[in-house]
Design a protein around this ligand. Structure first.
Ligand SMILES: [Mn+2]
Length: 317
């Protein structure tokens, strides 16, 4: 069970410690990579020794954020810190063990695996919490920090259009733009441009989407065949879970990704009609009320059937 910290207590704890190793979650997104790498730079600006735990699943889209932040030869970690990491099931591939001294997170479902926890479930992105922490620590943000935190905040809100976006999110973004974030360049790179293989993959996904429950539920499939046909690699698969939510009249969308024959990873997105985290918990997963995930050991067809049944059961009539 974690000791819950306020931002001030977290800042005090950070001041009292050194030799930070910062961990992002598996299948890393812009929030975990942006927040972890920005925190690393903030700690270094304070004169601390800090580096990022290598995350082998990082995609080329976010790779530039972690350049130069890997642990040097002979680095000994004293303060293992997790960022945007909700449960030990989300530890990065190759995690070598060790007690997590501090976790900074915005997932209400956080499993309290760390010794200390700074948790703000009202925040759309972990990047907003790291920004608050930087201000509390008295670190003036530079462009490199601001870029990373802008990427964190903008990706977790789908460029400020998901329902988790609040006036506070926009205020955080404005603060980051004031601090020098290249928001124009980041928006184009993160939300507009895609590789030709990604475009082809999206075409296949859109063509195969299915609707259930009078169109209120949409399911998108990402099969191994689609990956082969489009020529897409993991680098082309950032945020595929946002595609299914675009259909008019649909307020709950699932993306079923066939990772291997008989193994599917599911991302669920919803608005107010159903709690994604509750649905995914039925299959051993979890997350936020409006965005959650789980895994199923079956073919995509069967995963869809089981998932849709669970969604309808949870629907708030
Ligand atoms: Mn996040």
């Amino acid at each position: 069970m974690s000791e819950l910290l306020t931002v001030r207590e977290c800042a005090d704890f950070i001041r009292s410690r050194d030799n930070f190793l910062i961990m992002s979650h598996c299948r890393p997104d812009g929030d975990t990579v942006g927040s972890a790498s920005a925190l690393c730079l903030i700690l270094r600006a304070m004169g601390k020794t800090a580096c990022l735990m290598p995350n082998p699943e990082i995609t080329s889209r976010y790779a530039r954020f972690v350049e130069g932040l890997e642990p040097p030869e002979g680095f000994v970690c004293e303060t293992l810190t997790a960022v945007d990491l909700a449960a030990d099931t989300m530890f990065p591939v190759g995690f070598a063990g060790g007690e997590v001294e501090l976790c900074i997170d915005h997932h209400g479902s956080n499993s309290r695996y760390a010794k200390r926890l700074l948790l703000k479930p009202e925040k759309a992105a972990c990047g907003e919490i790291v920004l608050e922490l930087a201000n509390e620590l008295g670190v003036k943000l530079d462009k490199e920090m601001a870029d990373r935190l802008y990427a964190a905040v903008s990706t977790d809100t789908g460029c400020f259009l998901y329902r988790n976006t609040t006036a506070d999110t926009h205020r955080a973004a404005a603060e980051l733009i004031d601090a020098g974030a290249d928001y124009g360049g980041l928006n184009v790179r993160l939300f507009r441009k895609v590789s030709p293989a990604r475009l082809k993959l999206e075409g296949l996904i859109y063509s195969a989407m299915r609707q259930y429950f009078d169109g209120r539920v949409t399911v998108a499939f990402v099969t191994l065949d689609m990956m082969r046909e489009s020529g897409a690699t993991e680098n082309d698969c950032d945020d595929l879970a946002s595609l299914a939510g675009r259909v008019e009249g649909s307020s709950c969308s699932a993306t079923i990704r066939e990772k291997a024959p008989g193994l599917c990873k599911i991302s669920l997105r919803s608005s107010f009609d159903v709690n994604s985290s509750d649905v995914c918990a039925k299959f051993g997963g979890g997350g936020h009320p409006m965005a959650a995930g789980c895994a199923m050991s079956c073919a995509p067809e069967e995963a869809a059937e089981r998932l849709v049944a669970a969604i309808i059961e949870e629907w708030k009539h």
